[in-house]
Ligand binder design. Sequence first.
Ligand code: PLP
Length: 363
Amino acid sequence: MKKHNYSAGPCILPQEVFEKSAQAVLNFNNSDLSLLEISHRSKDFVAVMDEVRALALELLGLEGKGYQALFLQGGASLEFLMVPYNLMKVDGKAAYLDTGTWANNAIKEAKLFGETVVVASSKEQNYNHIPTDYTIPADASYFHCTSNNTIFGTQMKSFPKTNIPVVCDMSSDIFSRSLDFTQFDLIYAGAQKNMGAAGATLVIVKEEILGKSGRTIPSILDYEKHIKAESMYNTPAVFAVYTCLLTLQWLKAQGGIAAIEKVNEAKANLLYTEIDRNPLFIGTADKKDRSNMNATFLLVDEKNQETFDKMWKEAGISGIAGHRSVGGYRASMYNALPLESVQVLVDVMKKLEEVVKQNEVTV
Ligand SMILES: *Cc1c(COP(=O)(O)O)cnc(C)c1O
C-alpha cells in the first residue's frame, strides 16, 4: 500500500509523475532510447526544456512580462550566493528578512559579498512568526525574503511594498497558492519540494534587474549567461527537469495554481482545526502566520509520544517527525498530497484522544 507521505523534501509527487518519468527512463518518447542516454541538445530534450520554462512562467502568470525562467543546478542553497553575486552592487548593500534557518543561510552567504542588513528577525522566538513593521533601506540593491519557512511552519501571507527589487526563496510553496507574482523580481526554488526530483532549481528573474552589480561573475553563476544559453549553458539535470515538466503539466491539468490552492487550503484547514480542537496537541507557529504547506505541532504531554508514533506508523503515515531544530511533528502537505491523507492523520489524532481518555478512566 502506498504511504501517506508527509516528507518535507524530497517529497511526494503526483503518481503519474512517478509513472511517466519511470517510463521515460526506459523509453523516452518512443525513441527506443532512455531519457538518461540522449544528448541534452537533442531535439526531444530541447523541447522538454523549452516547454517547462514556458509552463513555469504561464502558471505564475508571468509570460510576456519581462521574466525568464531557468532550470539550474546547485539547489536553493546555490541561489543564496548567486543572488548577491548578480544583484548586490559593488560597495552596495542588501536587505534581508530573517524568518528561519533557510533565510539565515541566505544571509550568511550574502555577507560574503557586502553589507547585509537584517531588517527584522524572529529568531529570538524560535521563528514562530513572521516579523512585521520593519523598514527596508531604499538604497539596498535588493530585498530578500523566504515565502514559506519549511522548518518552522510559517508562511508570509503578504509581502512588503518597496521600490527596490524583491527576491524571494519560494522553495517550499512555489506553485501552491495564487499571488501577484509580478511583485517579485527574482524567485527561486529547489525542485524537490513541489516540482520534481532533486537536482534542478527553478529561477524566475526579471531581466531588467540584471547586469547592474558591477561585479565580474563566473560564467556558471551568471544569470545572464544562463538566459542567453536558454538554460543549457552546461548539461542540465535532465531527469529532474523532466520530472518538473511532468509535475507542471499535471498542475495545469488540475486547473493551475488557483485550483490547487483551494485543495491546499482545505487540507491545511482540516489539520489545523484538529490541532486546535484536540487537547493533546498544540501548534507551534502563530496562527496568523501558519503555513499551508508545513504544519508544525507538538504533543502537549510527551508521555503520549510512543503511543502516537505507533498509531500513525500503523496507519501508513510516513515522514511527520519534526525537523531536529524544532522537534515535535511536521506535516508537509505539498501539492501532490491528497486530502484523504490528511484525513487519515486527523483520524489518528482523534483516536489518540480516545485512547488516552480510556487509559485515564482505567487508571
Ligand atoms: C529546502 C529549502 C532550501 C534548501 O534547498 P536545497 O535545494 O537543498 O539547497 C532553501 N530554502 C527553503 C525555503 C527550503 O525549504
